[in-house]
Each structure stands twice: as structure tokens, then as C-alpha cells.
Design a protein around this ligand. Structure first.
Ligand SMILES: *Cc1c(COP(=O)(O)O)cnc(C)c1O
Length: 248
């Protein structure tokens, strides 16, 4: 059973890596980093993937992510938090996360900065080494008619008008490193056009911090469009792991 699953994951992973390489070749840019989104799938799958050379995994719920990260502490994995994040979960997330891709409001920037400070004190008291800065991707909504007042339809994401303000806050916060931008293409819209909008927002963020050049875009269904637009990080779930189990 374990070996069947390993074979299945190996084949799916190889197919996705080939798609990424083919999409990247005509761009002349390096292939983006692959983050395999393992939400809903067991830690045993993550272990198999690590054995297949996966270095970056994505999760969207703190409870599930914290449990898997604890179980797989022996593996050199970078955990990317990609789901909507409540400020009261910041303290938990910074215990295991390398990066958060869903930073979409000022109170969350503040909470994450504070949480990293608390985590450094905890580690120092425990005699373990400090963690690195938390890499923050600012998430934007790309719905054309987005309500400037807030996140769209529960999927998260700041209004593009807030890009500079959020970027400046993140740069100013101790313990945080502004990585770049993130978005999910709106359902039913042309992903290529949406990712072009994201690249324009990325330019505004880079004007605040030239090092914040990361672009987290592209899922199983639109990775080719994301690579063509200039994504540096892809978040791929179902095309590597198979269809997700029914919503729990
Ligand atoms: C689940 C999820 C993904 C992966 O989606 P797939 O379509 O399974 O590849 C990527 N990004 C976010 C924010 C997600 O929640």
C-alpha cells in the first residue's frame, strides 16, 4: 500500500515537474519553486514526497499544519502557510512556518511581527537556536470588481490599492521579511489576465523593497499561465496528490 502510494505520487510529481519545465523553457527564466500543497492529505504522504525531493510544502489550516510539522520535524522541509489566517493563530504559525502567503491586512502584519518576537524568546529560553525571519507574501484579490473595503467572497486578499501601505508595514516590522506577492486567480476569469494584474502589483511592491520580488501564483489548473506571467512560486495540490478527499 505504501509503495503503491509512493509510485503514484512519484508519477504525478514527475508529470507536474515536466509541465513546469515545459512552461518555463520559452520564458528564459529559471523554473519557479514548486510548493506541494498537502492539505487534507496525511503526514505519510508528505514523508513520501520529501523522499522524492520535495523541499517545500503548503498547508492552509493551522491545526493540521502544526500537527504534520511536529510529526515530520526530522525532515528538512519549508512549511508555507497559504490559507486565510486569523491574528490569534499567528503565535502558533510562527512556530513551524517558513513563510505565510496570505498576509492581507495590517493587523495581521502586526500580529505576525509580535509572534516572531515571542517565538524568539521562547526558543532562547528553551536553549534552541533562533528561527529565521518569517517570509511574508502579500495576498491580493484579483477580482476585477473587488470591493475596496475588504476581502472578496471569503477567499482572502487585500485590495490592490493597499499594496504600498502593506509592503511598507511589512518592511518596518522586525522579524518579518517581505518576500513578495500572492494571489489566487478568480474563478471563471482568464487566469493570464489576472496574473498580469498581479505582476503590476508586484512592481509596486518592488518599488518599496526591490528584494521583494517573489510572485506566488499558479495552482494545478493554471500553472502554465502563472509561469508565463512570471510566477516564482507555484502552489500545486491536486495534480500531485490526487483529488482531495470530500470536505470534512
Ligand atoms: C488548495 C490551494 C492550492 C492548491 O490547489 P490545487 O488546485 O489543488 O493545485 C493553492 N493555493 C491555495 C491558496 C490553496 O488553498
Amino acid at each position: 500500500m505504501g509503495t503503491d502510494r509512493a509510485r503514484e505520487l512519484g508519477e504525478r510529481l514527475r508529470a507536474v515537474r515536466e509541465r513546469i519545465a515545459s512552461a518555463a523553457a520559452p520564458t528564459g527564466r529559471a523554473a519557479p519553486r514548486l510548493i506541494v500543497v498537502t492539505k487534507y492529505f496525511p503526514a505519510s504522504d508528505v514523508r513520501i514526497l520529501a523522499g522524492l525531493g520535495v523541499t517545500d510544502v503548503g498547508e492552509n489550516r493551522d491545526q493540521e499544519a502544526a500537527a504534520k510539522a511536529a510529526e515530520l520535524q526530522d525532515l528538512p522541509l519549508a512549511w508555507h502557510f497559504i490559507g486565510q489566517l486569523q491574528t490569534n493563530k499567528a503565535k502558533s504559525v510562527v512556530r513551524y512556518a517558513h513563510s505565510v502567503h496570505s498576509v492581507d491586512r495590517l493587523p495581521l502584519v502586526t500580529a505576525l511581527g509580535r509572534a516572531v518576537g515571542v517565538e524568539q524568546e521562547r526558543r532562547s529560553a528553551a536553549g534552541t537556536g533562533p528561527r529565521g525571519a518569517l517570509h511574508c507574501f502579500l495576498q491580493f484579490t484579483l477580482d476585477a470588481g473587488a470591493d475596496p473595503a475588504g476581502a472578496s467572497a471569503g477567499r482572502g486578499g487585500a485590495h490592490p490599492d493597499d499594496a504600498v501601505r502593506l509592503a511598507e508595514a511589512c518592511v518596518a516590522a522586525e522579524g518579518l521579511q517581505l518576500a513578495g506577492v500572492m494571489a489566487v486567480a478568480p474563478r471563471g476569469a482568464d487566469p493570464a489576465a489576472a496574473f498580469e494584474r498581479l505582476l503590476r502589483i508586484s512592481a509596486e511592491v518592488r518599488a518599496v523593497d526591490p528584494a521583494a520580488a517573489a510572485v506566488s501564483a499558479g495552482m494545478s489548473g493554471d500553472l502554465e499561465e502563472a509561469v508565463a506571467a512570471g510566477a516564482t512560486h507555484l502552489r500545486i495540490g491536486s495534480d500531485v496528490l490526487g483529488p482531495r478527499p470530500a470536505v470534512r
